[in-house]
Write a protein that binds this ligand. Structure first.
Ligand code: BES
Ligand code: MN
Ligand code: ZN
Length: 495
């Protein structure tokens, strides 16, 4: 998407669609007196007739008068209350969907009614995201023999009168655009079928991103991982013919390349059939989304690189398939992780933690300031929080609080669940240091407790995005989450 901010406010401006935001004042027309005059009083008549009250989310098409350069005009009601971020986004989402249904791919937004000072930032940023979500098209693989046709790139112009507002709008739109680009990358990777998006494919995409955005990228193969003693990670991939990869992407934006990085560790199961503890057939196709944690690491690093954030970031992605096979893990198998801790695999479908534990141990070598892991880890988080909110847990309350705040700011919400000794006890095993499965109940928490045994050397938080990365009202579509919360978290580390 192209998004720009312009200061001049001239109705002769050529645009496919001009959007005017209005409040339900006694005289709506007074907010856009010039346009009302140009339309021969049509705006005033719309209000008087009761056809347009400017209630929040109301939209109406206006006849385009002589002297106005737009092909069509949409009046957008924003209500009379000061809108919070959530409501601003809601209004912009309905607007974006309307534009999509009208097949508009170029529009100018005169959003002064929404823009009241502090809001200009929110509006500019979330307009980019709302348009991005509405315009998103999955075309990475052909839907039919005829192939796909890509829609035209959307071009948005923000109209602002005063200079200060203009520069704020520009900056915020650039942030929204960067987050949107990160989300689009995460959606594309997530929506790709498992036979295309394999661990090797993710590795090739990391190299591609490295080239285009100046990242240092390293891909460890199974032999490298064996030398490091990643017995837990490799126990999952030996049940699959696709070789596992450990992908490392380093973004260096800080003044000193030696400054301690923030680490993002993303679960990259390109397909999770459950292994010998096979999943039921219904909805198993959705387990191609089990790499959405890694996809959000790609997306957040892309957004950070586009914004040239002045910090260092390292992305670590353990990637594999989890399939049933003659060589696959069996319930009761015992493996040794890179940390030296032994693990009894009681359920081969709890594979995410088996990969993450070795990736987390590996991350120690970067001496990170903080470590966030992001994973579609448990079905239980959907029971607890639905498709709206991600679960967050950690060993450092400040990191957890920072993530929750970043989620609220970016509208990619997360909510904390407790890690406590009483849950940790559920992971006791008769045959190893740890079982990969807790006793029944609190599955999201026991999964995080398992990870906590591998994160004792750094400040860490874990995001369970099994509910938010796809599904819910959107159906079988990747959402691009957790790109917004991660990007905001990284932005907040720049202060
Ligand atoms: N990838 C799944 C989690 C998942 C399940 C995400 C359903 C979204 C929808 C994960 O690997 C898994 O299978 N977890 C098990 C853990 C259990 C065996 C302790 C689960 O949640 O059922
Ligand atoms: Mn699983
Ligand atoms: Zn999984």
């Amino acid at each position: 998407m192209k998004i720009q901010a312009k200061a001049s406010k001239n109705y002769q401006l050529k645009t496919d669609c001009l959007v005017i935001a209005l409040k339900p004042l006694k005289k709506i027309s007074s907010q856009c007196a010039e346009l009302n005059t140009l339309t021969g009083g049509a705006i005033a008549r719309l209000q008087d007739s009761g056809q347009f009250s400017a209630a929040c989310g109301d939209m109406v098409n206006l006849m385009v008068p002589e002297g106005v350069g737009a092909t069509q005009i949409i009046l957008l009601g924003v209500g009379d209350k000061k809108l919070d971020t959530e409501s601003v986004r809601e209004v912009l989402t309905s607007l974006a969907i309307k534009l999509k249904s009208l097949k508009v791919d170029e529009a100018t937004f005169e959003l002064d009614a929404l823009n009241v000072k502090s809001n200009v930032e929110t509006v500019s940023r979330h307009l980019a995201e709302a348009l991005g979500d509405a315009e998103y098209q999955y075309i990475k693989t052909p839907k039919s023999a005829r192939g796909n046709t890509a829609n035209k790139e959307f071009k948005a112009t923000l109209w602002c009168q005063d200079r200060k507002m203009l520069s704020t709008a520009k900056k915020a739109a650039a942030i929204g655009n960067a987050i949107n680009n990160g989300k689009t990358l995460a959606k594309d990777l997530g929506n790709m079928p498992g036979n295309v998006c394999t661990p090797s494919y993710l590795a090739s995409q990391a190299k591609k991103l490295g080239k285009s955005h100046g990242l240092k990228v390293k891909v460890l193969n199974e032999k490298d991982m064996a030398e490091l003693g990643m017995g837990s990670l490799l126990s999952v991939s030996k049940g699959s013919r696709e070789p596992a990869k450990l992908i490392v992407m380093e973004y260096k934006g800080a003044k000193s390349s030696k400054e301690a990085p923030h680490a993002l560790v993303g679960k990259g199961l390109t397909f999770d059939a459950g292994g010998i503890s096979l999943k039921p057939g219904a909805k198993m196709d959705e387990m191609k989304y089990d790499m959405c944690g890694s996809a959000s690491v790609f997306g957040a690093i892309l957004a950070a690189a586009e914004m040239q954030l002045p910090i260092n970031i390292v992305g670590v992605i353990p990637s594999s398939e989890n399939l049933p096979d003659g060589l696959a893990n069996k319930p009761g198998d015992v493996v040794t992780s890179m940390s030296g801790q032994t693990i009894e695999i009681l359920n081969t479908d709890a594979e995410g933690r088996l990969l993450l534990c070795d990736a987390l141990t590996y991350t120690k070598r970067f001496k990170p300031q903080t470590v966030i892991d992001i994973a579609t880890l448990t079905g239980a988080v959907i029971v607890a929080l639905g498709h709206q909110t991600a679960g967050v847990m950690g060993n450092d309350q400040d990191v957890v609080d920072d993530l929750i705040a970043a989620g609220d700011e970016s509208l990619d919400h997360a909510w904390q669940l407790p890690i406590k000794e009483t849950y940790k006890k559920q992971l006791k095993s008769d045959y190893a240091d740890l079982a990969n499965l807790g006793t029944p109940g609190a599955g999201t928490i026991t999964a995080a407790c398992f990870l906590s045994y591998f994160t004792e050397d750094f400040r860490w938080a874990h995001l369970d995005i099994a509910g938010t990365a796809w599904g819910g009202a959107a159906g079988k579509r990747a959402s691009g989450r957790a790109v917004p919360i991660l990007t905001q978290y990284l932005m907040d580390r720049c202060k």
